[in-house]
Design a binder for this molecule. Sequence first.
Ligand code: ZN
Length: 128
Amino acid sequence: MDRAITCARCLADLRTTTSIVSKFNTDWICRDCKTREVAHPKYAEANRAEMEAVRRGDMNYPGIGVPAKLYRPPCKAEEFVVTARLLTRDDPEPVSVSLPESANRYAFPDGSRAAVLPTGAICVLAYA
Ligand SMILES: [Zn+2]
């Protein structure tokens, strides 16, 4: 697969920023779009499906498909997740278990919501 020169989601110039292939499909995406992807509730499922495909020898696995919200401009909860990554230099961790009571939950003016777990993992709970 040829490396793309623009992010498939936000059209950022990939010649001037870090890029990586999506877990949801085969798009080349920028670092911020990767962060948004990792914070999506379906990321763990996408990651698991890709790993199972590789394990059975399918190197052309197309992915489970990109949630439509990831093609739209980020909502406030996603901006929060991207900013947290910039501050901590860590990517969010995908949340694959039900949210513990101890998670801090944040609601944003646009109606979106995010959670920060005691481990530092961040995820988007609701999109605007
Ligand atoms: Zn992007």
